[in-house]
Design a protein around this ligand. Structure first.
Ligand code: PMP
Ligand code: GLU
Length: 400
């Protein structure tokens, strides 16, 4: 007899990781699968960061660390936040954990009470909804379509606020759409939120450096009226090609940082000492590697955008401004038949068809709260992107 909690049974598996797993399995069977499902840079971690980790081992950084992370790392993050984002967070307000993922979940668990509403402008990253469910909160998704550049307006936000609203999840640059909120758009949002002091904002800035607007990212935390209301989430996974090292952080009002530390102290403790020293080198070292990777992502963004335009039934009106995903609308293909006679009823069916017949893994938009779209990550080599889109085009053209 299986004995699982209702909390666990209500949870969906991560669609991004599931699709990636499926493509690994097909690869293991000898198929040439191009995996554009999971979002992770294809670059190796820069050498000076790897060197710092090797030194950390030799210098015996092998003991438990402080639960919120080494003070030296939190000092480096505090400086980064000041210099790059113009926000003041003391090291005591920063908690380092096993990826941005853990810190987002920690913050949600720390503040969301059973029945509290969390406003999530969608399309949004798959894990937000599940984390809210874990906390027994209520997801309040709001679909922002392509016509509004996938961004919520201040008026739309206000219309969703109720006495039960506890939190707003903002992600800019966005996974999966690449949308970036401008300073003006954030100012309007801050103005609305100023009327509702109970609402905490989680500002996920993990794609901060993967931006093609030519402008520095504006953080909602930098607006004076939002002081002590915004939790910044960031980490080294995307900017420094360090997804496997598992280092992310939250920078939060002191009471939230303390609560997150208490939670983390009971179920994971501080994260890997070696990875923390590597992250410290990432923040303190030269930032040229970040820019070099950004330039490569921008070239690939241009490449995949042009190729997507040539696929019948895919609609992507504007180039994404950041992150490394395209999220075209594919509704024009719904109702069509595969050569095997199966109907493509939705984005899940299309993603599965493209994987099985085209050998290209993407992720259905459904898990992002937008069933009309499909996501492809372009954090891969240019020639693989070209090959992948040729395969997708051929598979789509075979639909009747
Ligand atoms: N936020 C967003 C929007 C993401 O796409 C990801 C992807 N991994 C994360 C947070 C978590 O990143 P990590 O745990 O690797 O730091
Ligand atoms: N954030 C990445 C993605 O969306 C990595 C996988 C995950 O953690 O969801 O693909």
């Amino acid at each position: 007899m299986e004995q699982l909690s209702t909390r666990l049974l209500a949870l969906s598996p991560s669609a991004t990781l599931a699709m990636s797993q499926k493509s690994q399995e097909l690869k293991a069977q000898g198929l040439d699968i191009i995996n554009l499902s999971v979002g992770e840079p294809d670059f190796n971690t820069p050498d000076h960061i790897k060197e710092a980790a090797k030194q950390a081992i030799d210098n015996n950084f092998s003991f438990y660390t402080a639960v919120p992370g080494y003070l030296s790392l939190r000092q480096a993050i505090s400086r980064k936040l000041k210099e790059e984002n113009g926000v003041d967070f003391e090291p005591t307000q920063i908690v380092v954990g096993n990826g941005a993922k853990q810190e987002i979940c920690n913050v949600i668990l720390a503040i969301v009470e059973k029945g509290d509403e969390v406003i999530i402008p969608t399309p949004a990253w798959v894990s937000y909804f599940e984390m809210v469910k874990l906390a027994e909160g209520v997801n309040v998704p709001f679909l922002c379509n392509q016509e509004q550049d996938f961004k919520i307006t201040a008026e739309q936000l206000e219309s969703l606020i109720t006495p039960k609203t506890k939190c707003l999840m903002l992600c800019s640059p966005s996974n999966p759409t690449g949308a970036i909120y401008s300073k003006e758009e954030l100012a309007a949002i801050a103005q609305v939120l100023a009327k509702y002091p109970r609402i905490v904002v989680i500002s996920d800035e993990i794609y901060e450096h993967i931006s093609y607007t030519g402008e520095k990212l504006t953080s909602l935390a930098s607006f004076p009226e939002m002081k002590d209301r915004v939790v910044i989430i960031n980490g080294v996974s995307k900017a420094y090609a360090m997804t496997g090292w598992r280092i992310g952080f939250c920078a939060a009002p002191t009471y939230i940082a303390k609560a997150v530390t208490k939670l983390q102290g009971q179920y994971t403790s501080g994260c890997s000492s070696i990875a923390q020293k590597a992250a410290e080198a990432a923040y303190n070292g030269s930032q040229q590697c970040v820019e070099d990777m950004r330039v490569a992502f921008e070239r690939r963004r241009d490449l995949i955008f042009d190729l997507v335009q040539q696929i019948p039934g895919f609609r992507l009106d504007k180039k994404p401004q950041g992150a490394f995903y395209v999220f075209p609308d594919v509704t024009a293909l719904f109702g069509k038949q595969t050569p095997a006679g199966k109907t493509i009823a939705n984005a899940d069916d299309l993603a599965m068809y493209l994987l099985e017949e085209g050998h290209v893994a993407g992720v259905s938009g459904a898990a992002f709260g937008a069933d009309e779209c499909i996501r492809f990550s372009y954090a891969t080599a240019d020639d693989r992107i070209t090959e992948a889109m040729a395969r997708v085009k051929a598979a789509v053209e075979a639909l009747k």
